[in-house]
Write a protein that binds this ligand. Structure first.
Ligand SMILES: *[C@@H]1O[C@H](CO)[C@@H](O)[C@H](O)[C@H]1NC(C)=O
Ligand SMILES: *[C@@H]1O[C@H](CO)[C@@H](O)[C@H](O)[C@H]1NC(C)=O
Ligand SMILES: CC(=O)N[C@H]1CO[C@H](CO)[C@@H](O)[C@@H]1O
Length: 409
């Protein structure tokens, strides 16, 4: 019995050896297979990289506006630094104007929320450009968070990006980098862009509602704040008593292209005396800024050297369009206004109807680094303007009804 048992065990162990050997062979086979597979994965990754989007973006999601004309995406690229402080700058542009973000971020020196309007193949080049900006400009990388708005009738087919700017030296001028990228757009899209009705108010809302701070300053992309504005405003706003209906105006100037950026109001006034600075839109549309009272702003800025309230705007004038800091409780921008005309001033109109108090700040300002001229206003803009005039008339009646006003301007 014992022998048989022993024999049995022996046979059993030989069997185990065979199995182990087979397992070993199988293991080697699997390892080889795995190695092979991993080298495959590697090449897949390379292909994948050149075929994925740089933005956090899934075209099939997103949020439509009420007319399904524009689809928006929040936070496709988030600033490295968490939004902090009292105030965020909210701005918007079409892809071709994005270079201005460099000067804006440098001067503002605080959180920025930007909404970019991007059509068709532009999405491809926009991603490469944002990649360039984030690699080459610390302030963009640290402080700018991007959102997108896409037109339904020129919707991109894919969100892939090519990573073509990765080897470009940072010495290249961002304007040149961008225009070289956009030169490659298909001709049909280039032609479409010239006349596209730009949904400014959708973009302003998108940028503003993505600000994480209590206050926001909504400006157009070419309106640059004076040096360290966010930092100065943090001090000012944190010391202000809570006021739900106070908004703070930053006066806006035009600075001639040939002049260097003014660092403070005394430099600004010097430029003005030399004919190199003037009030914003003074040539093309004076009513746009007049109630701000620039003379008073300049006088009060000289008086004390710190950021303070210069004066209140005494009363509304039709077409007043200041850039101002407010809480998020202000009326949103009416998205029925598309293209040029009545986009920003319809919102300001409602602010006055709702009895917001505009107060002009001293020792802080905004500027466009260019003299605006009448000639540059193009024909198609005039047409959009006229079309929207009839809507503005209707809008005014609605506002009168909403705020129970018998008559308003
Ligand atoms: C990227 O995707 C396109 C189709 O979407 C394909 O034609 C192309 O070969 C892909 N490129 C790479 C490098 O895989
Ligand atoms: C304005 O800036 C200039 C140049 O930086 C400086 O010399 C001047 O003292 C400043 N003026 C005021 C009032 O801060
Ligand atoms: C209501 C209205 O007329 N809106 C128009 C404003 O202008 C743009 C551009 O011409 C038109 O597309 C809108 O329909």
């Amino acid at each position: 019995m014992c022998l048989i048992k022993l024999f049995g065990i022996n046979r059993y162990s030989t069997f185990v050896h065979h199995v182990l050997f087979l397992l070993l062979l199988y293991n080697i086979y699997l390892t080889l297979k795995l190695l092979n597979a991993s080298s495959l994965t590697k090449t897949d990754c390379i292909n994948e990289k050149s075929n994925t989007s740089y933005f956090h973006l899934q075209l099939s999601s997103g949020r439509w506006d009420s007319r399904r004309m524009v689809k928006t995406y929040d936070n496709v690229m988030i600033a490295e630094q968490k939004q902090s402080g009292m105030v965020c700058l909210a701005t918007q542009c079409s892809v071709d104007r994005l270079s201005s973000i460099v000067d804006m971020a440098k001067n503002w020196n605080g959180p920025i929320s930007i909404a970019v309007y991007v059509a068709g193949e532009e999405l491809y080049y926009l991603q490469d450009f944002v990649r360039f900006l984030r690699r080459c400009y610390q302030s963009v990388h640290q402080m700018v968070t991007f959102h997108l708005a896409l037109p339904a009738n020129q919707f991109p087919k894919s969100s892939q990006s090519a990573f073509t700017t990765d080897l470009l030296s940072c010495h290249h001028d961002p304007n040149t980098v961008l225009s070289n990228l956009l030169d490659q757009l298909p001709e049909t899209l280039k032609r479409w862009r010239i006349r596209m009705p730009y949904p400014q108010n959708h973009l302003r809302n998108l940028a503003r509602y993505n600000c994480q701070t209590h206050y926001s300053l909504v400006v157009d992309i070419d309106i640059i704040p004076s040096v360290n504005s966010a930092i100065l405003l943090n001090n000012f706003l944190s010391e202000r008593p809570k006021c739900l209906k106070c908004v703070y105006v930053l006066p806006t100037y035009e600075i001639h292209k040939s002049a260097a950026q003014p660092k403070n109001v005394s430099e600004l006034i010097k430029l003005k005396s030399a004919g190199l600075a003037r009030y914003f839109h003074v040539e093309i549309f004076k009513l746009n800024q007049m109630p701000t009272n620039f003379i008073m702003f300049e006088k009060n800025s000289k008086k004390y050297n710190t950021l303070h309230i210069s004066h209140k705007v005494p009363k509304y004038q039709l077409y007043y369009e200041p850039f101002y800091i407010s809480l998020n409780n202000v009326p949103s921008y009416d998205e029925r206004f598309i293209g040029y005309g009545y986009t920003r001033n319809s919102q300001v109109y409602e602010m006055f109807a709702a009895k917001y108090q505009f107060e002009v700040l001293a020792n802080i300002f905004t500027f466009q680094h260019n003299f605006a001229s009448q000639k540059k206003k193009s024909n198609y803009r005039e047409i959009q303007y006229a079309e929207n005039l009839s809507l503005f008339t209707k809008f005014k009646k609605e506002i009168a009804a909403r705020y129970l006003l018998n008559s308003f301007q």
